[in-house]
Design a protein around this ligand. Structure first.
Ligand SMILES: Cc1cc2nc3c(=O)[nH]c(=O)nc-3n(C[C@H](O)[C@H](O)[C@H](O)COP(=O)(O)O)c2cc1C
Length: 184
C-alpha cells in the first residue's frame, strides 16, 4: 500500500516536471551547411525537432557565390521586397512553444527567405529565438531589422557563430542558445 502510494506520487511529480518542458522547434536556412550543422548540434543537446527552410527553387553554389555580384543572393539582398518561395512547411507548427530561426547573415541582415518563412507561419504567442552563422558580423543588426519588421512577435536575440570558431566558442554559442529557451 505504502509502496504504491510512493509510486503514484513519483509518477505525479514526473508528469508535472515533464509538463514544464516547452516544445521546441529549430528551423534553419543553410545553403552551404554551416547553419545546418549548428542547428543539428543544438537539436541533439536540446532534443528539439528540426525543420530546414529550403527554397522552392533550391539555392545552388552559384547562387551564393560571394565573388559574383550578379548572383541570386546579391539580387535578393538588393531587393528587400523579394520573397523567395519556401519549400514545404513544418509539421504541426501550432504545437510548439518555442521556435528557433537560424540563418547565415547576408549583407548584415537575414536572407529574404526568412521573411517569407516568418510571414507564412503563425508565430504569434510563441517565443521566437533568432540565431545565425556569419563570417564576422554580430547578430544584433540582423536581429533588430527583423524585430522592427515583426513587432508583434515575441522575438529573442540569440547569438551568432562566427567563421572558424574554436571548440570553446562553438560550445558557448550552443550554451547561449540552450539557455535562451524559456521555462514553460
Ligand atoms: C551573399 C552572402 C552575403 C554574406 N554577408 C555576410 C555579412 O554581411 N556578414 C558576415 O559576417 N558574413 C556574411 N556572409 C558569410 C555567411 O554569413 C557565412 O559564411 C555563413 O556561415 C554561411 O552559412 P551557411 O553555410 O549555413 O549558408 C555572407 C555570405 C554570402 C553568401
Amino acid at each position: 500500500m505504502k509502496k504504491s502510494l510512493i509510486l503514484t506520487l513519483a509518477v505525479m511529480i514526473m508528469t508535472a516536471c515533464a509538463a514544464k518542458e516547452p516544445k521546441v522547434l529549430i528551423t534553419y536556412f543553410s545553403p552551404t551547411g554551416t547553419t545546418k550543422s549548428l542547428a543539428q548540434e543544438l537539436g541533439t543537446v536540446t532534443g528539439a525537432d528540426l525543420f530546414e527552410i529550403e527554397g522552392a527553387q533550391p539555392y545552388t553554389t552559384d547562387d551564393v557565390n560571394l565573388g559574383n555580384r550578379e548572383a541570386r543572393a546579391f539580387k535578393e539582398m538588393a531587393d528587400k521586397a523579394l520573397r523567395p518561395e519556401v519549400k514545404g512547411k513544418p509539421d504541426k507548427l501550432k504545437s510548439y512553444d518555442v521556435v528557433f530561426i537560424g540563418f547565415p547573415i547576408w549583407g548584415d541582415a537575414a536572407p529574404n527567405i526568412i521573411n517569407t518563412f516568418i510571414e507564412q507561419s503563425d508565430l504569434k504567442g510563441k517565443t521566437v529565438i533568432i540565431f545565425s552563422t556569419s563570417g564576422s558580423s554580430n547578430l544584433t543588426n540582423s536581429y533588430n531589422k527583423l524585430k522592427a519588421q515583426y513587432p508583434d512577435l515575441n522575438m529573442v536575440e540569440g547569438t551568432t557563430l562566427k567563421r572558424n570558431p574554436t571548440p570553446e566558442a562553438r560550445q558557448n554559442v550552443i550554451n547561449t542558445l540552450k539557455e535562451a529557451i524559456p521555462a514553460k
